[in-house]
Write a protein of this length. Sequence first.
Length: 420
Amino acid sequence: MIDSSSEITLRKYATAVGLFGLLLIASTWKLWIPYSTFPAIPLFRWGCDVPQWVDGFLLAGISISLSAVVMTGLFNRWKTINYYSWLFFVLLITGAMVLNQHRIQTWAFQFWVIGILYLLMSSRQRLFWLRWFVVSLYAYSAISKLDVSFTKETGGWLLEGLTSSIGQITGLTTKYWSPSKIQTIAFMLPLSELAVAISLCIKRLGWWRIFPAIAMHLLLLLTFSPWGHLQNNGVLLWNCFFIAQVIILFGRNQPSILKQNQQGDNSLRSRVGIVFILLLMTLPLLERTGWYDTWTSWAVYAGHPEQIIIELDSVALQKLPDEIQQQTQKNLNWTEDYSRLRIDRWALQSAGAPIYPESRFRVGVALFLAERYHLNNGIRVRFRSTANRLTGKRSEQIYNGITEIKTFANQFTLNSKPRG
């Protein structure tokens, strides 16, 4: 029988997941409602024909199930209701993500995994594997950034946001730093994140083992604050959840992750749960091959993933609504009459969440624009391959007009066709 302290830990964690889940849904509500102005790209082709009113039903069900998770966690009652709350949450958020890949936000996928562990595993196994899952998340996130593309691109961007925020008080700025200095410090960022993963495994450090993680997320809150790179509230809330997460799962009196006994249930359901979490902790190894998605591999803010750039000529640009035209910028190559559409900014404004990074999703956005506004040959897509880990170099291919874009979209295993 599991000890009461572990039960209390699991109830606290479930309550935190439910509470932050509700807050994150509320902060990104535009992403979950039907009839959003930003295109929805289902995970499978059959999802294109599902009526949009279904999204409203899913949103209501997700909100109710998360509320029930919070209530049953707070009062330690109604265990049957708690189980069915997790069950409905997992089923409904699965449906929501299938109907729009954009909803596979890192926090939504993380909570989906947590929900499945609560459904399949015994309490002792659940605590053991939840902690290993969190450690693997930090480790994969760090490893994804150990390359040239991060140090030369995304790493410098993160440093700029952090120093801009801190500089409001101290005057610190990267403006006069040499590129080599910026790249050296940027390279230390994933090493620090890897140190966070390792420290969480060391029971001997006591309370100190959670301080590196807390410090990292506090610095990220500064980086994405209004004084740094102002991001949507979802990014800030997710970092707050991580602070609560490490305190609950790795705080005082929690056993060593390397020594914790996770035996106690040999049922088929628990075995399925173990296979599931081991698979989820192994699949990120495939991320660079293109067989597994960037965000579900925890490669957040990595610099190497494939890039899709949507460009419009002046005639096509005039066919777009003002809301979309405002998210364009003129190409630096003045010999070409093309403007780049910043779909990342459009996604933040219209859907209230960062855009899903996969090429198939972004090509689907281009296809939506081309078909909805009859852009014909006035739109083109630049595809840039995954960056080489050591050199940062990419290959590039251009797809001109709606016909070539459709051909490109049909090459993906999963769906790239917009819904509706």
